[in-house]
Design a protein around this ligand. Structure first.
Ligand code: 13P
Length: 255
């Protein structure tokens, strides 16, 4: 297990945006060069599974590798499934679980919780995604997030909960036109809220050490504002993470 860092996390979620080994190598090379110059950030690339072993073997350790998902069983006859142990053995240290793009395909909290447990058991860190579908004036979205979070970590032994990272990704802010990222002050509120929910289980001190990242239409300007405001422990970046120039700039903003 990688110990949590006090450094700022920059996690690139390549999604299914990179579709060849050649592209993956070029992007990872640019990412490694940007990260080698940056000592204040932990840079993680959550890449499509077929590229893990390839990039893991050549990595200069400036960039940690992550997977975007794992199967909810440890081993067995599950055609197409990719186990946490297989992912770990290919060089990944982190795994995104419960991304909203998987939740819309029917993935429920109990399945996500099972995945998070398997990721921890195989020695990696789960990046557990939560986020409301929409905002409402009555604040019901807060209960939605609390339920999602508690449901998605149910089954992780209490003493292991400190090993997770949480990514707050409001569904309404993902994949929008750039300029659509949430305001830093609102992000701060949600980061605190999530840490408060966690503190009910593991206590305040432990909860406040669990990194909470923000994701949703982060571009150059949003990254600069959020990093500057210091309101989140890191960023989970989709489309801009596969844009060499943009991600290089974003990494350089961490101070
Ligand atoms: P975009 O940055 O493309 O909106 O994606 C956010 C996201 O889903 C990261 O996991």
């Amino acid at each position: 297990m990688v110990k949590h860092s006090k450094k700022f996390y920059i996690v690139g979620n390549w999604k299914m945006l990179i579709n060849s080994i050649a592209e993956a190598k070029t992007l990872f090379g640019a990412l490694s060069r940007a990260s080698l110059k940056q000592k204040k950030a932990v840079v993680i690339a959550a890449v499509p599974a077929p590229f893990l072993a390839l990039l893991g073997s050549g990595s200069k350790k400036a960039v940690y590798l992550g997977a975007q998902d794992v199967f909810q069983e440890a081993s067995g006859s599950y055609t197409g499934g990719i186990s946490a142990n297989a992912v770990e053995s290919s060089g990944a240290k982190y795994v995104i679980v419960g991304h909203s793009e998987r939740r819309v395909q029917g993935e429920i909290d109990a399945v996500i919780a099972r995945k998070a447990v398997l990721v921890i058991e195989s020695g990696m860190t789960p990046i557990v995604c939560v986020g409301e579908r929409a905002r409402d004036v009555d604040g019901k979205y807060l209960a939605e997030i609390k339920n999602q979070l508690l449901g998605s970590i149910a089954g992780i032994p209490k003493e292991k909960i400190d090993s997770i990272i949480v990514a707050y990704e409001p569904v309404w802010a993902i994949g929008k036109a750039f300029g659509g990222a949430m305001e830093p002050t609102l992000i701060h509120e949600m980061v605190i809220y999530i840490k408060k929910v966690l503190s009910e289980i593991v206590g305040k001190e432990t909860a406040f050490n669990i990194p909470v990242l923000y994701g949703g239409s982060v571009d150059d300007a949003a990254a600069q504002a959020i990093i500057g405001a210091g309101d989140a422990d890191g960023l989970l970046i989709g489309r801009m993470s596969v844009n060499k120039e943009a991600i290089t700039k974003i990494i350089s903003y961490v101070k």
